[in-house]
Design a protein around this ligand. Structure first.
Ligand code: ZN
Length: 128
């Protein structure tokens, strides 16, 4: 695992923690096998189901945050979709859709996918 993805995961997993969810165990497995890509494996603390996460090294920090936030969102929904299928919940439309990781004004944010309204920077999501 390169330090790069470790740092990006650190930001994104803050949002998982602030939602009261368990964060995954991170394993330093460089499964992608490409010097341009940082990769790691994440595992549920409840079972040994793992999934890979990866990010292109040459993207800006904000674009990396969006790429990893997207993968972590999929993981959360797979893990705890029964209770958190809307993670992270859109405060504007709590019953309709989760927020989406987007670039808005060159910043990596969680935004309402319907209106593209930024709700929080990735890593700075408050408690739901
Ligand atoms: Zn919305």
């Amino acid at each position: 695992m390169s330090e790069k993805i470790d740092e990006i995961l650190g930001y994104v997993l803050r949002d998982v923690t602030s939602s009261g969810l368990e964060t995954p165990r991170i394993e330093p497995v460089d499964w992608y096998n490409d010097p341009q890509v940082s990769s790691a494996m994440i595992y549920s603390v409840r079972d040994s189901t793992g999934r890979g996460v990866s990010v292109q090294n040459d993207l800006s920090l904000d674009r990396q945050l969006v790429a990893v936030a997207d993968q972590i969102q999929e993981w959360v929904i797979e893990e705890v979709g029964t209770t958190h299928s809307n993670w992270p919940q859109c405060p504007l439309h709590p019953n309709n859709h989760p927020l989406a990781a987007r670039i808005v004004d060159d910043r990596g944010v969680w935004a309402c996918p319907a209106s593209n309204t930024p709700v929080a920077r990735i890593g700075e999501l408050g408690p739901a």
